[in-house]
Design a protein around this ligand. Sequence first.
Ligand SMILES: NC(=O)C1=CN([C@@H]2O[C@H](COP(=O)(O)OP(=O)(O)OC[C@H]3O[C@@H](n4cnc5c(N)ncnc54)[C@H](OP(=O)(O)O)[C@@H]3O)[C@@H](O)[C@H]2O)C=CC1
Ligand SMILES: O=C(O)C(=O)Cc1ccc(O)cc1
Length: 436
Amino acid sequence: MTSYVNEKETLEIGIIGLGDMGLMYAKRIIASGWKKVNVCDRSENYEELKELLKDSGMNVCQNGHAVSRQSDFIIYSVEAENIDKVVAEYGPSTKLDAIVAGQTSVKEPEIRAFEKHLPGDVHIISCHSLHGPTVDPKGQPLVMIQHRAADEKFDIAMRVLSCMESEFVKLSYKEHDRITADTQAVTHLAFLSMGTAWKTQRQFPWETPQYVGGIENVKVHMALRIYSNKWHVYAGLAIMNPSAKLQIQQYAQSVSDLFKLMIQEKEIEFRTRVKKAGEFVFGKSSESREPILLSDTLLDKFSLSIVPKEKRKPNSHLSLLAMTDCWYTLEINPYEHMVCQTPLFRLWTGITEYLFRNTDMLEAAIHSALYSKDIRADDMEFYSASKGWAECVDIGNMQTYQKRFEDTAKFFESRFDESNKIGREMIKVITTKTHK
Ligand SMILES: NC(=O)C1=CN([C@@H]2O[C@H](COP(=O)(O)OP(=O)(O)OC[C@H]3O[C@@H](n4cnc5c(N)ncnc54)[C@H](OP(=O)(O)O)[C@@H]3O)[C@@H](O)[C@H]2O)C=CC1
Ligand SMILES: O=C(O)C(=O)Cc1ccc(O)cc1
């Protein structure tokens, strides 16, 4: 990649939407020496942001027109739900020959908005950092989509975004949406369902013996991590991704099929189905790999629980058995998606792999799924929750999603700070010690 003399002094970079991701991008771009960074949020936030960012080196603008008129590389970092409206408003002001990108988590609506509202003489390159704003971007995947852009413009975008020190992954927007439907939308659905099931039971999982220790800690902290974030991020990437519906439906179906076999105690059918799926996903292909996850014992230190470890009870791990069943049914190999892994997907695949590679643990889960009456209630609630979430995504109503999300989030609110601290540490450990 050739870089140009004085490029960092002269190239104007614009960011529209100064929420968590937009601000993180702006700070990193400035920190790596780019001198002209024009930013804005909604006009009504202008005065407040101008004051707040007066020493940041950013040029705070009144609105997206001002950013678009003067910037050579503009990144929209707004809610997926708003992308069409926001691009319709500011897109026509885009500077001639500029590059326009978007940071939304789902690309089909973003690309559609760009094609519809941007002038023909601007370049379209999209991007997506596959991690949240509090995760160190270094080494994390950063998807780059050269949709309608000259190579020379794509090089500029890569030079600017190299400040993230992320791993670039070049994809088309369709590939992006297909992969993230699996890595993100389904993963989130499983954690959302766990949260809803716990809430419906009025149960803090760390106070219950079957959720104590080891990989249970991953379930608890990642579920709470999602619920402590903004609902629109998860709603957008599930509801607006055309590829997500099928995968989400299949996950809910897998939960339902397995649960039915469990309550009928159909051991042979259940066992055969679980083993067949496990062989497909984790059999030959994973034997030669280093396991993704750290040991169950190491994960024990990430606990919110005061229940002693000896009091641990077996768990059916219905959520993980269903994930494997879903991958098998859709013939998805999760390892092929690791190029687009998010920390959550890595942990989710990691605990599923851990269960399937540990014969004793898998046996205990199968036995408990079929015969432990005391966890039936939890599994029943998980089954209903996953069905409810899948229906909610299928119907596609953002307000319903918001209500479901916030209802559960409220139940866990008092533990967010504590859990997020542990969750961040967990992600740091798993990404630094076992990356790639
Ligand atoms: N959070 C995450 O973990 C990740 C998020 N993403 C994606 O990045 C995008 C931004 O997410 P995130 O930063 O978390 O969300 P935020 O809600 O924190 O940020 C979005 C910002 O855009 C602002 N905005 C809305 N309309 C306009 C407008 N017309 N002009 C200027 N600003 C506007 C919003 O204002 P207001 O709040 O008033 O609407 C808000 O400040 C989303 O599409 C998300 O899917 C991608 C990777 C990770
Ligand atoms: O790791 C996850 O899946 C997260 O929950 C964080 C996240 C949310 C949205 C994105 O577009 C990318 C990452």
